[in-house]
Design a protein around this ligand. Structure first.
Ligand code: TXA
Ligand code: MG
Length: 319
């Protein structure tokens, strides 16, 4: 299958979605691979293109707020408050599902993950299409999420018909995923809607640093570069010898150790938003440089830094 990258592809995207085809679309977090969430045959093509195992359920993106009650049975008043505060935006809620959601979307779970994207291109296509879109990140399973159309091309060329190019994504890390039960918020994946922001709505339980996944897909190894990847704290020496080609992903300044063949700095001004927005592109650049090893420096674990550290830990789980 020939893959096309298009900047003005919204009519073509809507037509392909109506034909049951998967299309890569920009969201404010990362690029998603979208298909009609109500059609198992269309959703199957997402799993095939990504080589994603069927035990890993998908997020359903709603075209408008009226779809929330058609997809979920949401009885908790806290849900309404969270939706008003954070939608459209990078917050995904796991809620009891209705029959309309096919089993292939939820991996047979009785819950469904839902969000509304704030990206204008995504919103336009979703509202023209008029039905919910199942959309995981548009990478092959277990790999680094794409934050540009070119990243999607590198992952899925020839497997999908169309990539709609909305430029680099603004936020750069995937949405925060929470469940809400009996007035309690449980964080299943940390993300752009921070622990601090959620604390205004109750006492969120932080993400379990899990060897044991709480939910399918909370796998310990994820976002994985092909190059061995190691995480180093501020006090650890990272001196290398023996002709190893080592790359470094540093927080706000080059590490004194080394030698490093390449250094990427997440944000020279220590700006967490810049770090999140460029994290995956920098990981990808290092991964494509033919190195023997990538070492990453820990970042301060506050605000968005919690989500960044989560991604770095998962990238290093096999390193
Ligand atoms: O920002 C994002 O969330 C991006 C954009 C495209 O929207 N999407 C994304 O999807 O990151 P994906 O499939 O890469 O990650 C979704 C995660 C998976 O780890 C999956 O296991 C979890 O959501 N998930 C989906 N449905 C769930 C459910 N019913 N219960 C618990 N976890 C669920
Ligand atoms: Mg993903």
């Amino acid at each position: 299958m020939h893959t096309e990258i298009s900047a003005e592809g919204s009519d073509r995207a809507v037509k392909l979605l109506a034909d049951g085809e998967p299309v890569a679309l920009p969201t404010e977090t990362v690029y998603g691979l979208a298909a009609d969430a109500t059609r198992p045959d269309a959703v199957l093509k997402i799993f095939e293109a990504k080589e994603r195992p069927f035990f890993d359920p998908l997020i359903v993106h709603l075209p408008d707020i009226n779809w929330l009650d058609r997809i979920t049975q949401n009885r908790d008043p806290l849900v309404q408050k969270l939706v008003e505060a954070f939608w459209p935006g990078p917050l995904t809620l796991v809620l009891p599902r209705r029959e309309i959601v096919p089993d292939i979307v939820t991996s047979g779970l009785e819950t469904v993950a839902v969000r509304m994207s704030a990206h204008p291109v995504f919103q336009k296509i979703a509202s023209q299409f008029g039905k919910p879109l199942a959309a995981p990140s548009a990478n092959r399973f277990g790999r680094i999420s794409p934050t540009t159309a070119q990243h999607v091309m590198a992952e899925l060329d020839g497997r999908i018909p169309l990539i709609v190019d909305g430029g680099p994504t603004e936020i750069g890390v995937e949405s925060t995923i929470i469940s809400v039960e009996n007035g309690c918020i449980k964080i299943l994946r940390s993300g752009p809607v921070t622990f601090e922001a959620l604390s205004m709505f109750g006492n969120p339980a932080p993400e379990a640093r899990a060897d044991k996944p709480l939910a399918p897909g909370q796998l310990k190894s994820h976002y994985a570069p092909r190059t061995p990847f190691k995480l180093f704290g501020p006090d650890l020496s990272t001196r290398f010898s023996g002709g190893l080609q080592v790359g470094c992903l540093a927080w706000d300044k080059p590490l004194p150790d080394g030698p490093f063949a390449i250094t990427e700095i997440l944000s020279e001004t220590g700006d967490m938003r810049e770090a999140a927005a460029t994290l995956f592109a920098k990981m990808r650049r290092l991964d494509e440089a033919g190195l023997d090893l990538i070492v990453a420096e820990e970042v301060p674990e506050v605000g968005l830094g919690i989500a960044i550290m989560d991604r770095l830990r998962k990238a290093s789980a096999n390193g």
